[in-house]
Design a protein around this ligand. Sequence first.
Ligand SMILES: [Zn+2]
Ligand SMILES: [Zn+2]
Length: 379
Amino acid sequence: MKALSYYGKNDVRVVEKPRPVIEHPEDAILRVTTAAICGSDLHLYHGLVPDTRIGHTFGHETVGIIEEVGNQVTQVKTGDRVVVPFNIACGRCFQCRLQMYSLCESANPYNEMGAIYGYSHTTGGYDGAQAEYVRVPFANTGPRKIPNEISDEQAVMLADIFTTGHFGADIADIPEGGTVAVFGAGPGGLFAMKSAKQFFGAGRVIAIDKVPYRLQMAAEQCGAETVNFNEVKDVVGHLKEMTDGRGPDSCIDAVGLEADGSVPQAMQGTFFLQAGAPTALIWALHAVRPGGTVSIIGVYGPPFNHFIPFGWAMNRNITIRMGQTPVLRYIDDLMERTRTGEIDPSFLVTHRLPLEQAPHGYEIFERKQDNCVKVLLKP
Ligand SMILES: [Zn+2]
Ligand SMILES: [Zn+2]
C-alpha cells in the first residue's frame, strides 16, 4: 500500500509499505478514506519528537471503512464507516475507567504517556493513518460509527482537533459570560474559540495570532475579537487594556512547543528536543487575571521543561490545566451536535489533496501558504 513515511527532518515521502494485518483478536484494519494533517504532525516533521524512526507513518486524525476485524471485535464490522480517536485506549484499565483515555495504561509499552497513532515510539510506535490502510488496536473501544448525515470531512475533525479545542475550553474554567483569550488561531485554537462561545458560556473571545487570514477566520467563524501580536508592542498589556485592566478570566495556549512557528537556530544543537520558546504560555500566564485559569492544549514534547513564570502564577492563584485530550470522553456528544447541525466542524478545511501529494500538504501547512488552515488527505 501507499503510506506517508518519515525519512528525517523536513523529509516525508509517500512510499510502498506492507499492508497492516490483524495482530491481535481485538484489532481491526481500516481502509482510510480521509486523513488530516495536524499541527502536532509538524513537530514530528521538524524532527522534534523523540524516537521518531525512519519509515514511521504519521497521521492520527482518521476516517475510513472497516476492512477486516479480529475474531474478538464485536463493536464494529466490515463495511462500517467510522472515525477513529487519536488516542489508542483499551477501555478497561484504571485510567480508561476514569475516562482518561489519553493515559491508557495498556496501549503504550514504553512509558506512562498513553498511546497515539503515528506519533513516534514515544507514544507507542503505532503507524498512523496517512496511508491507504491502518491497523486499529482495541477496535471495541475506539472507532465510532458515523451517522449518514455527517460527511467524512466533518467526522475527521472529531478524531482530534474539534475534541481537543473543546477540551481546551472545558478545562479553562470559563465563567458564565466571561472573557477567554486563545493564543493561536490554528485549527485547535479555532475550535477552542468556537466551543468556548457556543458550549461553555464565554461572553467574549479574543484570538491572538500573527497570521492575518487565520485571525480573519477567528473573527468571521468564531466571533472572536482579534490581536495581531506583530502589530501590538505589548501583548500582555494590550489584553489587560481590553479587559478593564484585570486580564481575561481564562487563557488557552493552543500553540505549544514551536511558538512563532520556528525553532531558534541557536537552540537546535545543544537543546535539541527542548527547542522553541514557550512564548504563548508565558504571555498566557502573565495576561490571565488573578485567580483565573490557563489551559494548555498546544503540544509540548515530553523532554520540554523550560522555565515558565511559576512564582508569578503561584502568587496570583492561577490554575493551570493541561493535557492530551481524552477524545472518547467527548466524541459522542460532539458527533450528535454535528449531526443535528448545531455546529459544522468542517468550516476550517482549506485543502483536499490525494495522499501522493502529502509532502506538499506538509509544506504549505508549515509555511502557512495559500491561506492554509487544515489539509485533508484522500488516499
Ligand atoms: Zn491532531
Ligand atoms: Zn486503558
